[in-house]
Structure formats: C-alpha cells, structure tokens
Design a protein around this ligand. Structure first.
Ligand SMILES: Cc1ncc(COP(=O)(O)O)c(C=O)c1O
Length: 370
C-alpha cells in the first residue's frame, strides 16, 4: 500500500497529511520554546504513538491525556511524565495508583475534596507521592473549582498539606476560547485566563505554597498573549490536526488543516436535487450540528456543495443554491471532506491513513475507549 495514491483507498477513510502535522507540531514547539514555557501537548485529538512522537519531538515525555485508556497506552509504549487531566474518577483510583507506582512520573487532577480523600485512602508504595494538579475554573464553565472563592485556596492548601500527596500544579483550561471569533477575541480570553491563574498563584504564595501553572487550548496557544510567558506550562492538543472549527474561530487557516475524510458519490437523487455519499456520521461525527454554511463539513474544492444531513452510513449533499450538475459527479467520484471538529471525526476511525503529497506513507492505529 505504501506509495499508492490515497485515491486507491476504500471509503470512508481518514487521511492525515504528515507534512502538515509536522509543520503544526514544530511551530507550536518553537512558539513556546521562544516564550520559555514548557509545552505539554494533549493527546486527545489523535491518540496515536506516532503523532505523540512528533508532538514531543521524540522525547516521549511530558504529555496530557484525557482517558485512562490513553494513559495506559502511552505508559505501555515507554512514555513518561503523563498528566491525566480529568477530574480523577473514583472507579479508576486503583488504576491511577498502579500507574503512579510504575512510572517515574504520573500525575492526576482533581477539583473536589472528596477526590483528595480517595487518594489519601490509597497511599502509594515505596514512599511515592500522588502528584496532583488542582483544576481551576477561570470562566470555561466545565470542570474546576471557582478561581476566586475561598474554596479554591482551601482545597489547594488541603492538597499541599496531605500526607503522601504533592500539589504539583494549577490547571485551567480555557475552552471558552471556542466561543471566540478572530484573534482579538481569542487573546481577550487567553489574557483573562492567564491573569486569573497568575492571581491565584499569588494567593498561593501568600500562604507559602508554590507550584506549577498550566493553561491552554488550541486557539489561545495558536495566538498566545505575552503574559503566558509567566506560566510554567501550556497544554493544547487539537493544533496538530486543526479543523474547520479552528478556521472559523481564527486559530489557523485552511492550509494548516491536516485531516480529510475521503468519501465517494454512491447515488444520484435528482428528484431531491441531492447526491448521496458513503460517509455518514460514523465516518465524520455530528459535531458542529451542521451549522456551517456548508453544513457538517467543507467539501474541498466544491464550495457550492453543502453536506445537508447524515445517517449512520450515508450523507446527503446538495447545492447551496441552484440545480445540481450531475455530470460533474458521476457515481464513484471521490470527494474530500474537511471535518468541522477533527477530534470528534478522528475518534470515529480505527485506522488513520498517513500520506505525503497524496501518496500513502503509513497507517496509524489509535487507542480507543476510556
Ligand atoms: C482539560 C483539557 N486540556 C487541554 C485540552 C486541549 O485543548 P484543545 O483541544 O483546544 O487543544 C482540552 C481539550 O478539550 C481539555 O479538555
């Protein structure tokens, strides 16, 4: 298969442009090296060893994961310094303990005193410490203890004081950058999250605690503000693939998007002015809700087409306006869909087909599950 054109693949198929992946990774590594901030890339977008090697510059150190399946997968492949940045699930404490006892450095995250109690109930062997990040909510409105109230400081102090536990760092995820349009708005949110996190670090200092700080998302790390240089780490992930959502937000441009879903025309429906393709939501996901002017994805090179709807294995394409010219789309025609959200699309595929200039150079197999 190596050397064959991507047009030889059975569809639907997720194809990854290795040259764009490398360029995206190198650019992010360089950007934060220049700022003097440690890049701890998130693995959630691709969940593969090969891409992790590219994102860590081959060091196999200093990564973030969002599932225990990812944590075990990377640990089994010799990765170290893994941060499981998901409010520690109680059913998985024992697994986390095993990873903490096996690796040089495995780190967990929490945002509630009950979770701290769970860790205290399971002391690690050989005098090892639980390395704990406190998750702060700086406006993202998902996980995390509110940055400003007394609770956050109290919890940080409790982690710091707990026997067998170390307060390793403060983690704030500025996922609210996903509501932004344009660099200016992204930088307002990036600045806000940075300022609130740094203010919290100052509050910690007043009670004699120092530890690391980390914020980040692909939009904020694609356009960092100066003050982010005062953080210890950043943790973006999606940037390695990017997608249409990131273009819409203003994080990147079309030439930075590394992934496509290949699909073929499998039906003509002139009575509905539509085409049928062999990519349904199992090949693309429904993320984005079809809100783009082009529906659920962008059809590369065909700006007049809209992916109107999908069922499990079928997609319906129609022209944004006017009558469809079926002579342009004979059955079997291959089309390239640029995904709205590459994390959601990639997770639908058991294999990624890697190419350079449309010639296959390999296959990547991601880990799956939680
Ligand atoms: C906790 C956490 N950290 C880091 C990231 C990486 O952010 P992004 O996907 O914007 O690169 C995510 C993404 O959802 C996340 O949930």
């Amino acid at each position: 298969m190596e050397g064959d054109p991507i047009s030889s693949l059975c569809t639907p198929a997720l194809v990854v442009d290795i040259n764009i992946v490398k360029k995206n990774a190198e650019r992010m590594i360089e950007r934060f090296k220049n700022l003097g901030v440690q890049l701890r890339p998130h693995m959630k977008t691709h969940k593969t060893i090969e891409c992790a090697d590219i994102m860590t510059g081959g060091s196999r150190r200093c990564i973030v994961v969002s599932t225990l399946a990812e944590a075990c997968f990377y640990a089994d492949h010799g990765f170290e310094d893994i941060l499981y940045a998901y409010s520690v699930p109680f059913d998985k404490v024992e697994h986390c303990a095993a990873l903490s006892e096996r690796l040089d450095l495995f780190q967990v995250l929490l945002d509630h005193s009950d979770a701290l109690e769970q860790l205290k109930k399971r002391p690690l062997q050989e005098g090892r410490l639980w390395h704990v990040w406190l998750k702060l909510d700086c406006g993202n409105g998902r996980a995390g203890v509110l940055h400003s109230g007394p609770e956050s400081l109290k919890l940080a102090q409790a982690i710091h004081a707990a026997e067998g536990v170390e307060l390793t760092g403060i983690y704030a995820h500025c996922g609210n950058t996903y509501n932004c349009k344009g660099v200016e708005q992204i930088q307002v949110v990036a600045q806000e999250t940075t300022t609130l996190t740094l203010q919290f670090m100052e509050r910690l200092k007043t009670v004699g605690i120092t530890c690391k700080s980390s914020i980040g998302s692909t939009p904020s790390c694609s356009h960092p503000v100066k003050d982010m240089a005062q953080l210890s780490e950043v943790h973006p992930g999606n940037f390695v693939f990017y997608d249409v959502q990131q273009i819409t937000i203003g994080s990147c441009s079309l030439e930075d998007v590394a992934v496509r879903v290949l699909t073929r025309v499998i039906g003509h429906s002139p009575h509905r002015n539509q085409l049928l393709i062999d990519c349904g939501w199992t090949g693309l996901s429904l993320d984005g809700g079809g809100k783009l002017p082009s529906g659920y994805a962008v059809v590369e090179g065909h700006p007049a087409l809209k992916l109107l709807s999908m069922t499990q294995e079928h997609g319906r394409l129609e022209p944004i306006s006017g009558k469809l010219d079926y002579s342009k789309y004979p059955l079997g025609t291959m089309l390239k869909l640029i995904p709205y959200h590459s994390c959601a699309t990639a997770v639908m595929h058991p294999t990624y087909y890697v190419h350079s200039n449309d010639r296959l150079v390999g296959k990547w197999t991601p880990t799956r599950g939680w």
